[in-house]
Write a protein that binds this ligand. Structure first.
Ligand code: LLP
Length: 430
């Protein structure tokens, strides 16, 4: 994050607070949020995507405080379950700025969203159209709907795959004509109002050519709907997926650059199809939450193993692991790590940061050069853990989930407390 520096004594400082102090006060492991950095990223998206609607994708990380920050910074919010919706509503997030996603929303979830008056419901299946139309009709309301189109583009990091077909659970396939059929059904339902189309092609994307193909295909459908039904849909959502730097090799574009690129792509496609450019929206999650957080751990057991050809690897085990960051185990994600509690001039040693869970895949950082004298009691910081870490956390091995500490202008405060042993035992029926 922006307000993180390392002092001459080697101690990492966030917004004026030394991590040694944070560890003393809140314990480890802990997720540490640089609040001004999180808010700054919201502002950068809002300013960069001027004239667009920007939805923060709450799946990346959501809690009451984060919902309030997002609301205060003037963004909208994408929720994808009744649970995320509940957090948002409890935090006082204005429902008229919430969009509701998900491939299998239950009737109860849809009813709650309608009763709350959310801004958009992104319909994902024919079953959902049936369900939502009935629930809206029962309530005498007209539900504002986007149709989620799967465009045959799957993008991850620096690569994308464009095919005709979508073999996955989300949305209505374009190639099958299913997306056109869904739009037609929504248009024909008096209790539903078709506001536009939605496309989301993947996550941690650096290459805009995937967006280009997606935009071409989705604007093509937009034109087809205009031609067949005489309706110019007013909105188009391009989803999220903007990549962040996990290691120094990644070099993400700024929100303003992304907006310029995506805007030009859509404009070009709209001109080509001769349709009026709809109001555009995006749904960044990772790009807002990811870089604003680091995880603070305490090192415990350290062991060195000999590899072939005289090389060695040091395993540094920390007091958390795949229960608070499953991304390395699940996606083979890359992270970096830094010694955060002291200065060391020991030579660098090839190290692997691992957790305390009972499986060998419990790795947080695959390869990092840490000082060779890292020892029990040292604090380690793993940057860029704000997205899909706390939100994917589990209590595997009955390890309580870490707290989230927000630091701003020299003050640290708890925004999510540490789970306790009592919390873990609470659900058992004794
Ligand atoms: N909109 C929709 C419809 C989505 O499905 C997602 C993410 C987003 C927006 C936000 O995408 P973002 O800007 O955060 O990339 N757990 C995985 C990522 C899963 C993404 C799911 N959908 C990971 O840790 O890499």
């Amino acid at each position: 994050p922006h307000n993180v520096t390392k002092g001459a004594n080697g101690v990492l400082t966030v917004a004026g607070v030394e991590v040694t102090k944070l560890a003393e006060e809140f314990g480890t492991p802990a997720y540490v949020v640089d609040e001004d950095d999180f808010r700054g990223r919201c502002q950068a998206f809002r300013a960069g995507f001027d004239g667009w609607d920007v939805y923060y994708a709450g799946k990346a990380f959501l809690c009451g405080a984060v919902a309030r920050w997002v609301a205060e910074e003037g963004l909208r919010l994408d929720v994808c379950t009744g649970g995320e919706l509940a957090v948002a509503l409890r935090a006082g997030f204005p429902p008229e700025r919430i969009a509701f996603h998900g491939n299998n929303k239950s009737e109860a979830e849809l009813a709650r969203a309608l009763d709350a008056g959310v801004a958009r419901i992104v319909v994902d299946s024919h079953d959902e159209i049936t369900r939502l139309a009935k629930l809206a009709a029962d309530r005498g309301v007209r539900a504002p709907v986007l149709v989620r189109v799967t465009v045959g583009v799957e993008a991850h990091t620096h690569e994308y795959i464009a095919t005709a077909h979508e073999d996955q659970k989300f949305g209505f396939s374009l190639a099958d004509g299913d997306a056109a059929a869904a739009a037609e059904r929504v248009l024909a339902e008096p209790a539903l109002e078709l506001r536009g189309l939605h496309s989301h092609i993947g996550s941690q994307i650096f290459d805009s050519s995937g967006f280009e193909i997606a935009a071409r295909r989705v604007v093509g459908l937009h034109a087809q709907i205009r031609d067949r039904h005489g309706v110019e849909l007013p909105e188009l959502c391009l989803g999220g997926g903007f990549g962040i730097a996990y290691t120094t090799q990644d070099d993400p574009e700024s929100p303003a650059q992304l907006a310029a690129e995506l805007g030009a792509i859509v404009e070009h496609e709209c001109a080509a199809y001769g349709v009026v450019k709809p109001r555009l929206s995006v749904e960044p999650g990772r790009a807002i939450a990811g870089p604003a957080v680091f995880t603070l751990y305490e090192a415990g057991t350290v062991k060195t193993v000999q590899l072939d050809a005289g090389a060695s690897r040091t395993y540094v085990a920390v007091d958390g692991g795949m229960s608070d960051n499953v991304r390395t185990a699940l996606y083979d994600a890359d992270y970096s790590c830094t010694l955060a509690s002291r200065w060391s001039d020991a030579p660098p040693a090839l190290s692997r940061v691992v957790g305390k869970h009972c499986e060998s895949g419990d790795i947080i950082v695959k390869d990092e050069f840490l000082p060779a004298d890292v020892h029990p009691g040292d604090l380690l910081a793993i940057p860029a853990t704000g997205a899909y870490c706390r939100s994917l956390a589990s209590t595997y091995n009955h390890v309580p989930r870490p707290p989230v500490v927000a630091v701003r202008a020299g003050e640290a405060r708890l925004i999510v407390r540490r789970e306790t042993e009592e919390d873990l035992l609470r659900l058992d029926v004794w």
